[in-house]
Design a binder for this molecule. Structure first.
Ligand code: SAM
Ligand code: SF4
Length: 366
């Protein structure tokens, strides 16, 4: 094990255990197959890709310390996909059997006229779930229209329940707006609401139980996320703040019993329930646990780059096809299917033997 990796492990509350499964074999060519009477997009490791995260902007009304630099430069308008182009990408994926779309960013709700996109996506045939990840800052205004447009579930990021700390972590955010946004979401009738909290040593690691109680009291879900080394942080050394979810879970288990929940989905998260409560408690552990074997997702950046893995640079340009007047939807679908051939087996966060992503999270689509 390298020095840097050891350093990352040492900075935990106790040593961080890396749970690393054996490499997966290549089982065949990537492509589209028929499964249970439906199309299924398959990569060369046999993973079924049925979930796409679409970024609709790299901009945001916050500047969270783990996500952006303070003096972030945003993309010029002509480089970003129009709402029509984003809709065309979404439709092509659903035609290939993808039935779950998450809208993300940057902050999706700062994109001009984004509600028209939600309404169009909500009407896509074949879509089973339309989801949103937001910082909650504008939910007082948009929660009900989002639900009416067909958004099934919503994730709201909140890293602290202390106003000053919240402002420190988000650099500019107001906790009060987000709390009101959460209430507006509760009134709007989403199927589920989940809070997302990135726990950082020295920033909010003493709020694990407070955030858990907040979610339990409201019957909403909460997921704790390990900070990923996506781009360089201008605020802190990521190895110094990295907090293992094994440790976060121990904090919760000191007060509550956690029983595995049937809600666990493919990907880096595992869910639990506290007896007597509706809430699910999730641990999104892409650093300490490698669940790449059941990864079911890809991302599309707002520049139209199809990212095959959050922790690798492997990508394919869809914008070129979208803006080629000779290229119809069949060409676009073909490019998506061929891209499955380069979906990497796994990521290697904090491992200097492997290149770390240089994209910040707002450029990636969280
Ligand atoms: N603006 C929206 C929000 O904050 O929910 C959506 C985009 S944001 C990039 C999506 C999620 O990524 C948020 O929950 C955020 O906390 C998380 N995130 C951002 N940078 C991260 C990092 N370096 N490591 C882990 N999670 C990160
Ligand atoms: Fe904005 Fe979300 Fe990134 Fe925070 S995590 S800066 S809210 S995009």
């Amino acid at each position: 094990m390298t020095d840097q990796r050891q350093q990352a492990e040492k900075t935990q509350q106790g040593p961080i255990r890396m749970h690393d499964p054996a490499p997966m074999p290549v089982v065949g060519e990537a492509g589209v197959v028929e499964r249970d009477g439906r199309k299924a997009l398959i990569d060369r490791f046999g993973r079924h890709i049925d979930y796409v995260r679409l970024s609709v902007t790299d901009r945001c009304d916050f500047r969270c310390v783990y996500c952006m630099t303070e003096d972030m430069q945003f993309l010029p308008r002509k480089q970003i996909l129009s709402l029509e182009e984003i809709h065309r990408v979404a439709r092509s994926f659903t035609e290939l059997g993808v039935d779950k779309l998450r809208i993300t960013g940057g902050e999706p709700m700062v994109r001009n006229n984004v509600m028209s996109l939600f309404r169009d996506l909500g009407a896509l045939p074949g879509l089973r779930e339309l989801l949103l990840t937001t910082n909650g800052n504008q939910l007082q205004k948009f929660a009900q229209p989002l639900r009416d447009a067909g958004v099934n579930r919503i994730n709201i990021s909140i890293d602290s329940l202390d106003a000053e700390r919240f402002a420190r972590i988000s650099r500019v955010g107001k906790l009060e707006n987000v709390l009101k946004g959460i209430e507006a979401a509760r009134q709007a009738g989403f199927e589920r609401i989940k809070l997302n909290a990135v726990i950082m040593r020295g920033y909010n690691d003493d709020e694990v139980l407070g955030l858990t109680r907040f979610a339990l009291d409201r019957g909403i879900d909460i997921a704790f996320i390990e900070e990923m080394p996506l781009g360089e942080s201008s605020d802190h050394e990521r190895e110094d703040t990295l907090c293992s979810n094994d440790w976060v879970r121990e904090q919760i288990e000191a007060e509550y019993s956690l029983l595995p929940s049937a809600a666990t989905t493919a990907g880096p998260s595992r869910y639990y329930q506290v007896p007597g409560h509706d809430s699910r408690i999730g641990f999104i552990s892409p650093v300490s646990h490698n669940f790449c074997g059941d990864c079911n997702r890809v991302r599309v950046t707002v520049e139209g780059r199809l990212l095959l893995c959050l922790g690798n640079e492997h990508s394919v340009d869809l914008r070129e096809v979208l803006r080629d007047e000779q290229a119809d939807d069949a060409v676009l679908r073909d490019r998506i299917v061929k891209a499955m051939d380069i979906k990497p087996m796994r990521h290697h966060f904090y491992n200097p033997e492997h290149a770390q992503p240089i994209r910040l999270m707002n450029m990636t689509g969280g």
